[in-house]
Design a protein around this ligand. Structure first.
Ligand code: DX5
Ligand code: ZN
Length: 216
């Protein structure tokens, strides 16, 4: 198993953000997961470009940026350039011309991801799957950290893994929401490749040790 661990900065201490970023830099984590919320697509607001630029400057690992915003097309260039995205993920539910949006992201040399809300079936991805580098399955309703993992996600992971195999693709499956030491094995067994971990890492007594455990 070679799962990618992506701590979600949404659960970091924003009063000591540089310190928490440094902790992730020095840990066994692979990526930084950065959640962008617009108060419209989801009932919460998170960070904007000033904070994202600070993160991009301090982070020494790839930035996995998850856009929970309507009209993501308006900001793709800025997230890729100012935000130094390694992978930029947009929501299926927020894109009218998803194919065009993914092409735009990839034309900027950035990996393109599609996120699905818990109610959106993976079967809808059949025709667009070859265009995506990563599929993010929300395992909670998006908008907040610290929620409980929705168990039906495990079946969605298995279904999606089969679709990826059938099409001979190497698309990564990322699981976001309620992931931690109690369920990461089930998620990996089902076919999850990237584990987003917010609360389970940052609220644990020893975050670097928790990351190591999730990684190993
Ligand atoms: C929620 C975000 C998640 C969130 C996960 O909408 O997309 O990335 O930070 O937090 P936890 O791991 O605490 O559920
Ligand atoms: Zn996220």
């Amino acid at each position: 198993m070679n799962q990618i661990i992506a701590p979600s900065l949404l659960s970091a201490d924003f009063g000591n953000l540089a310190q928490d970023i440094q902790m992730v830099n020095q840990s066994k984590a692979d990526w930084f997961h950065v959640d962008i919320m617009d108060g419209n697509f989801v009932p919460n607001l998170s960070i904007g470009f000033p904070t994202l630029k600070v993160i991009a400057k301090l982070a020494q690992k790839p930035l996995d940026i998850h856009l929970m915003i309507v009209n993501p097309d308006n900001y793709i260039e800025r997230f890729c350039k100012e935000g130094n995205a390694f992978c930029l993920t947009v929501h299926y539910e927020a894109c009218t011309h998803l194919h065009r949006t993914l092409q735009h992201i990839k034309s900027l040399g950035v990996k393109a991801g599609i996120a699905l809300n818990p109610h959106t079936p993976v079967s809808l991805l059949e025709d667009i799957l070859p265009e995506a580098d990563l599929i993010l399955l929300m395992s909670v309703n998006p908008g907040f950290g610290g929620q409980k993992f929705i168990p039906q996600t495990l079946q969605k992971i298995q279904k999606l893994k089969n679709m990826i195999h059938q099409q001979h693709l190497s698309t990564l499956i990322e699981i976001d929401g309620g992931v931690g030491v109690n369920n990461y094995r089930d998620i990996i067994t089902a076919g999850g490749d990237v584990l987003v971990c917010g609360n389970s890492v940052f609220s644990s007594p020893n975050p670097p040790d928790t990351i190591r455990l999730l990684k190993e």
